[in-house]
Design a protein around this ligand. Structure first.
Ligand code: VGL
Ligand code: ZN
Length: 197
């Protein structure tokens, strides 16, 4: 069983959104088409409470893209984005969200960010996705979406560590690419045994 995991294809990560990824909107039709090739489709949704600890606005004197130390490690500070229930948190309107078997939300813990679809950024608090995939007999996952150098990257590395067979469809991802993050992510994906196509 193979699952397609569509990462964070939400308005705030598309042009005009709070944390826009260049070309984020251009991958939607290709992702919709790819859904037909899979037995299971999972969507992830970045889903932060207002005042989330990953927002620069929650830290006095800090600006978006600053780096701070959190109890669980270094954390990039972001503009306010994907606030629960907001327009920015909704999926891109053209994404075939009705095709999803499961929508998994992440980043709802006010004190911990969650890039990965499997674990929060402490790398130990599970989201439940692993159990869902295993109990459905899914052994391989293909990942697409936003952003390649953050949420796709961490999700794919965790999936590989958990023993899933992982493919990332690079053409159906777009990256934030700050401070060499895209090159670093690509190297780490290859090192983790993720197939990049
Ligand atoms: C993401 C930064 C903050 C992502 C989510 O989906 O890649 N990046 N929250
Ligand atoms: Zn976020």
């Amino acid at each position: 069983m193979q699952a397609l995991i569509v990462i964070d294809l939400q308005n705030d990560f598309c042009p005009g959104g709070a944390l826009a990824v260049a070309g984020g909107n251009t991958i939607v039709q290709g992702i919709n088409a790819l859904m037909n090739d899979f037995e299971a489709v999972v969507l992830t949704q970045d889903w932060h409470p207002a005042g989330h600890s990953s927002f620069a606005s929650s830290h006095e004197g800090k600006a978006p893209m600053d780096l701070i130390d959190m109890p669980y490690g270094p954390q990039v500070l972001w503009p306010d984005h994907c606030i629960q229930g907001s327009m920015g948190a909704k999926f891109h309107t053209e994404l075939h969200q009705d095709r999803a078997d499961l929508i998994i939300r992440k980043g709802y813990n006010p004190a911990i960010d969650s890039y990965s679809a499997f674990f929060e950024n402490d790398h130990e608090t599970p989201t439940g996705l692993e159990g869902y995939l295993r109990t459905r007999g899914i052994t391989g996952v293909t990942m697409v979406g936003l952003a390649l150098d953050f949420c796709v990257h961490y999700s794919a590395v965790d999936a590989a560590k958990l023993g899933f067979n992982v493919t990332v469809h690079r053409d159906l991802c777009r990256a934030i690419d700050m401070g060499g993050s895209l090159t670093a992510a690509t190297d780490e994906l290859q090192g983790a045994g993720v197939r990049l196509v």
